[in-house]
Design a protein around this ligand. Sequence first.
Ligand code: IMP
Length: 430
Amino acid sequence: MPAVVLIGAQWGDEGKGKITDYLAEKADMVVRYQGGNNAGHTVVVGENEFKLHLIPSGILYPGTTCIIGNGVVIDPKVFVEELNYLHDKGVNTDGLRVSNRAHIIMPYHILQDKLDEEYKGVNKIGTTHRGIGPAYMDKAGRTGIRVVDLLDEEEFGVRLKRNLLEKNRLFNKVYEVEGLEFEKIFEEYKGYAKIIGKYAIDTSVIIHEYLAEKKNVLFEGAQGTLLDIDHGTYPYVTSSHPVAGAVCIGAGVGPLEINDVIGIVKAYTTRVGEGPFPTELIGEEGNRIRECGNEFGTTTGRPRRCGWLDAVILKYAVRINGLNHIAVTKLDVLDKLEKIKMCVGYKYKGAMLNDFPASLKVLAQCTPIYEEFDGWMTETSGVEKYEELPLQARIYLERLSEIIKVEPAIVAVGAKRSQTIIRENIYSDS
Ligand code: IMP
């Protein structure tokens, strides 16, 4: 089963980094295909902790080719910083390739993101302020700058000048702040171009080569299904497509190339930023999960909102992504809870809703219907086999599988590579 897509099934932060890292061991190639440095992965290798935002975590395995695909938006400053961070930790990055069609995040995108959020006030999205939205806006508006343009000094200069004219008018006249200087950005980005240039190619070509040779290719999604600009809780979403279908566009492969789609499901639910969250726990219970699960953003450090597992969301994620496996993460975070709840349906104006609603007004008024489970009250972090999980933990997982009709192939009970229970091998050993 060579081509596997791994996506977040909730609002992001499901622990994709850990599962990617696990699967990357047997992958010949790991590909990122959307988002940018709004993502954040923490990977623990032995005693070392790695925090990555842009470069696929597969880079930690020597010999694995890592791709930043055309669908990703790249902040070159972050890219260079991340390279240096990896080099300082002794990681070899020779296997890294960057799509020459990927769009570049510019300083004006970051400024625009911040100003726009400030301007919106209470209606803000709660973005990561990394310039992601404005970069995708310019891509769709056909004024974006791609890696290939950055590498062509003359072309870059022309485009930067043209874009700054428009952006500075926006900054001066609408937001009433000072604009940005051409020379400073031009010089800075020329430096980045020298480094990115070493990695830039048409990545779709090499992905195809690997797929044609039946090598194991892992497509690593960022964010989560409910942050998808089409399928998520719009407008409280990111500006890209974290769903599985985005692989085709963001990496340049056809849909028939994909063999497996794994949804990463945290054993409870979290979200950062604004927007309705039906199973949110406000107060002591939420705080307990947040502390126990260390639910603070890798990218922004913001405390994440925490709540019970929501099977309505997961049923939706199964449908939208065509999930044929799930990987449940952070089960150990629930170890000390006497009672655990799972939302199995929504009630809206006295009636049951069959599907996850499009309207946020409706979602905000949905009352979760819960099933309550006895907690297992035993440490699971040392468990190595599924059958050895406490009975109550298995009851909890099996009830979820019954509702969403997808079984967990992997269950994670801690941050370390060793704390991963495998029920089904996704990649063969060959
Ligand atoms: P943006 O992607 O920075 O534009 O932020 C848009 C929304 O997506 C905000 O609610 C962010 O908190 C959320 N978001 C973006 N990236 C992540 C992520 O990696 N994990 C969780 N939420 C994210």
